[in-house]
Design a binder for this molecule. Structure first.
Ligand code: GLU
Length: 469
């Protein structure tokens, strides 16, 4: 049997981390089995589905690299198919028209609740043939009255539900639209889905869906219901915990590799390994190794992984991702050093690519002002001479390399008879605008002599203005 998995989000919001993890598990399983991964957009809820949300899901999947082999399919484009099958079930006596009004239904529910019973449709129209011709009706699936449904869930093990617990589900509303559980079943069948990997919030739907599949004569897929993701405080993950949208992680400066690695470990393990390349995930992944308990989100670990990948991925890959952040800030990289070189000296100073871009703009554009505190401390009249001298020694460097730049700075300090700091700190503030940068030899090495001279002059003017005010 060939493996086909799917991710079937409802486009009612962004792609959140829970959905992304489900998508990842589903994708990994398909990849690990040489199978196919289907993307299906479940947009039948016309009121809650939006174009932006559809796009956000596609963007999120693409950013994570969770490419689909088939789709995206849209349920709204498949209404004819659902209707045809509903008609077929009606014709075969496996579904029936229900003329019960919502008021009647509410009244029954209230009564059941008052008796402490679980609200359920009592099958009123299941066998009736006295159909009115002028009243709206819903179509219900004739759920078997006896027997049980057994699910051998890859994560939760054997689950057995008695049919007596299930009522006759509406498969077509009175406005003629097919309902969620029916569309899912038809799609999983038509798309030849062999393994349904989805959130545990759907576990109650599964026995109903299996009954409908059986009625249609469709094969029953295997199931894996993935547990929830909780916030670091043990509560259901929500916006209160910070970013929950996958694209927010991109915006915040995380690498997709870090997010994937983070998500895969949120509920799945392979020995005590923490770092997985995508190839390794595919190689080791198995549905049966997904844990049953809810996993708590841990931002510190995600940051740790992000730092790891910023330093260990091919420099060109990190550079491409980092460029996006410079673009967001309208920083033009033309004329400046290769981004790879900047990343090499800045990556271990930051947690994210966004931060990296923020602290690296001085390589690409002049800053408007010196950092106030740093300037106050280091661009003082006493620094004038140090700056003038180091400018001269730097300008005299012939081979522009960290080694020669370092020597020129030492030479300036020596000739003034002062410690390195007395030269280095004013120089650092002059050239980078702040008191924080990697060591000056490697930092200056990425800037041109002309640019450095210009910025030292600017610092000298700043000091002069300060003297005069
Ligand atoms: N559309 C459903 C959701 O977004 C998923 C349905 C399924 O995976 O079967 O929750």
């Amino acid at each position: 049997m060939s493996v086909v998995t799917r991710f079937a989000p409802s486009p009612t919001g962004y792609l959140h981390v829970g959905g992304a993890r489900t998508a990842l598990y589903s994708w990994l399983y398909a990849k690990s089995q040489g199978g196919e991964f289907v993307l299906r957009i479940e947009d039948t809820d016309l009121e809650r589905s939006t174009e932006e949300a559809k796009q956000a899901i596609l963007d999120g999947m693409q950013w994570l690299g969770l490419t689909w082999d088939k789709g995206p399919y849209y349920q709204t484009e498949r209404f004819d198919r659902y209707k045809a099958l509903i008609q077929q079930l009606l014709d075969e006596g496996k579904a029936y028209k229900c003329f019960m009004s919502s008021e009647e239904l509410d009244a029954i529910r209230e009564e059941q609740k008052a008796k402490g019973e679980k609200p359920r449709y009592p099958g009123t129209w299941r066998e009736r043939t006295d159909h009115p011709t002028d009243q709206p009706y819903a179509i219900r699936f004739k759920n078997p009255l006896e027997g049980t449904v057994v699910i051998n869930d890859h994560i939760r093990g054997k689950i057995e539900i008695s049919n007596s617990e299930l009522d006759d589900l509406i498969i077509q509303r009175s406005d003629g639209s097919p309902t969620y559980n029916f569309c899912v079943v038809v799609d999983d069948w038509d798309m030849a889905v062999s393994h349904v990997v989805r959130g545990e919030d759907h576990i109650n739907n599964t026995p109903r869906q299996i009954n409908i599949l059986k009625a249609l004569g469709a094969p029953i897929p295997e199931y894996a219901h993935v547990s929830m993701i909780l916030g670091d405080d043990g509560k259901k993950l929500s916006k209160r915990h910070g970013a929950v949208s996958v694209m927010q992680y991109r915006d915040d400066g995380f690498l997709p590799q870090a997010v994937l690695n983070y998500l895969v470990r949120l509920g799945w393990s392979h020995g005590d390994q923490e770092i997985f390349s995508v190839d390794e995930m595919i190689e080791y992944f198995s549905l049966d190794d997904i844990g049953q308990s809810a996993s708590a989100f841990n931002t510190e670990k995600l940051i740790w992984l992000n730092q790891h990948y910023m330093k260990s991925l091919p420099a060109s890959e990190v550079a491409t991702r980092a460029k996006w952040h410079f673009d967001q800030m309208n920083v033009d990289l033309g004329g400046g050093p290769a981004l790879e070189a900047v990343i090499a000296i800045q990556a271990d100073r930051v947690k994210t690519l966004k931060e990296l871009a923020e602290i690296s703009t001085y390589f690409y554009q002049d800053f408007a002002d010196f950092d106030e505190k740093a300037a106050k401390k280091h661009l003082r009249p006493v620094a004038k001479q140090a700056l003038q001298t180091v400018k001269e020694t730097l300008m005299a460097v012939e081979t522009w390399s960290p080694e020669h730049i370092g020597a020129a700075i030492n030479q300036a300090a020596d000739s003034l008879g002062v410690g390195m700091g007395k030269v280095g700190m004013p120089l650092r503030v002059a050239v980078t605008g702040s008191g924080n940068s990697p060591s000056l030899d490697i930092t200056l090495n990425l800037l041109s002599k002309e640019k450095i001279a210009e910025r030292i002059d600017k610092a000298l003017t700043f000091i002069a203005n300060r003297e005069n005010s």
